[in-house]
Design a protein around this ligand. Sequence first.
Ligand code: SF4
Ligand code: SF4
Length: 333
Amino acid sequence: MLAHNGKKVLAPVNGVASLTADQKFFQIKQDGSWSTTSPYQFRQYDLPTLLESFDEGALYSLDLLETPLKDYFQKFSKDSTFKIVLSPFCRYQHLNFEEMILRDMKVAYQAFFELLQIIFPKAEISNFFKVPSLDFEHPDGIPEYFLHRQFHEPVFQTRKSLVNHEVLFLGGETIFHILRKLYYNEPFTKRHLAVFLVDRKGRMDVEPRRFFLTNGQSLAFIPANLDKRYKIASFETVFEEVKPLDVTSLGYFNIYEHYSITLYEKLPASRKEFSCIDCMECNNYCPTHANPVQLIKGKTEEFEKSLCISCGICTVYCPSGIDIRKRIEGVLV
Ligand code: SF4
Ligand code: SF4
């Protein structure tokens, strides 16, 4: 195990660990394989042993960025009243974790639910698993937006409730890894990676390919195994700023950073920004009614920045190719 900048990094395989060229991440050259087929085993926890297990498993919230689960749970006391929200979605819902959990880990999920009731007896648990009317659409995986949709509170309010620890929020992917650690004794050393393909005409396949990879594993198998026409790759989703890479230089899997890869046959030609045509698509598609068009019109004070969740939807839909996302970044800092 290695410690770097206060983060624990588990090395689950026989291999050689080194720093990447930018000195930001560890990479592990694997020379062994590691099986993750441990059977379910019920274990009893109290708060101290739960925290210990989170720490031992190097578990992070995959909904709230840069938050170790041990630190996160420590903010909540057994004697306080607060909300616990179990969401079936993960931040970008690249994969259906609800289905995976209810199909393969149902008993563990029930055990964890009961554990939360015992550990936090005064908390009100809202369980959104198996709610038939809940169909994912981006940005449902962003915690403050999910809370806004489900509890009908303004986004600035739900954001505040997360920051002030009035809500303990756990999304599908985070729950998946909690169950693996608590009841299968599997630390957070593997994560799913969704691979999307975008063809020449810009059409994206609906169902991504799914891989369950070990931290530090080389990603060279992706171009080696997929259609050779897809030469450009990006770790960002279409809602983020795409930073294209040559598909042969993907490097190593970083469990904290990588959850999806989009492979392009051809990147859309870099579009010139045209003038705003007042179509209002940005405002129409904005899920929180933050009024992004005003940023383009130079009326920054009329943009409701406290409602913006940086989902990127306005930028994707702008027919004039205006990088609204960039303008938002400028006013949110
Ligand atoms: S302004 Fe744009 S980035 Fe912000 S919430 Fe609306 S659509 Fe999303
Ligand atoms: S979507 Fe683009 S072109 Fe349309 S109003 Fe918004 S900024 Fe202007």
